[in-house]
Design a protein around this ligand. Structure first.
Ligand code: B12
Length: 283
């Protein structure tokens, strides 16, 4: 591969190779279940006008840095979505106040692997003569009042990977159950198309008033039809769940990433919902 061939197919093949072959993509416990499935990859232009739009207080706010504020001369942003394997997702109880051990381990150890992936992508770009920075790993990265200097979900939205759900997660072609990584680079890479216009286009609730399965699923009622209470989510994940998993040192919840129609797909394209807030059978 030279810089000219570093397109979305080449980047996808590179990341699929890491996910499939790196032994760190596994839980440390038990049978070492695989954490991540093959990723989706998108490329955004650093000059996309939406980067400026994110500085608006209604989007994220002035704390959010555009690509060239992270890397002077930035030309592109590579973003990827790592979906949890079905094996990890299925360990999550359908009805329970707490997540499974495999889930909370996957969240912690999966994010360690996400850092491996961010670094591997940066090295790949450097081997092709470019410079790269992963803002999520940067020393001066911070968030204030939950507003980050760099949002990986919003970057994924700009790169065409998906739109938001009312639960707050990004819904992609491979669903919402996963994590996101991104790298700002100074190579001019062909941007991927953004096949939507609206922020919530892939979530059936805002436009059609259908589904809404995530609303009653949240164990602490942090998700509402028009707003989320992030503080409730923080307290539950950081305190209650953390205390439950104290011997393992794990935390964080995942009800809003499991047992819903948008978990592994875009729901509007593949599922017809009978009525508003329908009860969906998952078997
Ligand atoms: C702060 C934070 C939290 C906070 C607040 C969550 C939130 N939604 O903001 C808390 C602690 C509650 C939280 C919880 C969780 N988080 Co969190 N969190 C973050 C963090 C650090 C920043 C999120 C952020 O940007 N907030 C800013 C506000 C403004 O975002 P917002 O209100 O949702 O944005 C709206 C506005 O921007 C609006 N809008 C208005 N005008 C415009 C204009 C434009 C152009 C656009 C695009 C949007 C827009 O649309 C958006 C949707 O409503 C990111 C990591 C990162 N650096 O990106 C991870 C991240 C969002 N979290 C993640 C995850 C997985 C979780 C959890 C599931 C916990 C877990 N197990 O890890 C839960 C539940 C997530 C959920 N359903 O929202 C993932 C999301 C993966 C996904 N599939 O989308 C991220 C991306 C981490 C990662 N690297 O993968 N998180």
């Amino acid at each position: 591969m030279n810089a000219a061939t570093l397109d979305v197919s080449a980047l996808t093949a590179f990341l699929v190779g890491i996910v499939r072959n790196d032994p760190r993509n596994a839980l440390p416990e038990g049978d070492h279940m695989t954490i991540w499935d093959a990723p989706l990859v998108g490329i955004a232009s650093a000059s996309d006008p939406l980067w400026d739009a994110l500085k608006h207080p209604q989007a994220i706010g002035p704390i959010h840095r555009s690509p060239d504020e992270w890397l002077p001369g930035a030309k592109s942003v590579i973003v990827y979505f790592l979906p949890y394997t079905a094996a990890i997702r299925r360990t999550y109880p359908k009805k329970s106040f707490f997540p499974s051990l495999e889930w909370v381990s996957g969240r912690r150890n999966g994010e360690v692997f996400n850092n491996v992936t961010r670094r591997a992508l940066s090295r790949l770009v450097e081997r092709h003569g470019g410079r790269a920075i992963a803002p999520g790993n940067a020393e001066d990265y911070r968030a204030e009042k939950m507003r980050p200097m760099w949002s990986e979900r919003h970057a994924a939205f700009i790169a065409g990977l998906g739109t938001f759900g009312i639960h707050g997660a990004l819904i992609t072609e491979k669903g919402c159950s996963g994590r996101i990584g991104s790298v700002v680079v100074d190579l001019e890479l062909p941007p991927t198309p953004r096949p939507y216009r609206d922020i919530y286009e892939y979530c059936p609730y805002p436009s059609e008033g259908r589904c809404g399965v995530c609303i009653p699923r949240c164990p602490v009622q942090a998700i509402g039809p028009t707003a989320r209470d992030n503080q409730k989510c923080v307290v539950h994940g950081r305190d209650t769940v953390a205390e439950h998993f104290l011997p393992w040192g794990y935390h964080s919840c995942g009800h809003c990433l499991t047992w819903m129609p948008c978990v592994d797909r875009i729901p509007m394209k593949s599922i017809r919902f009978p009525k508003k807030t329908a009860k969906i059978k998952f078997d």
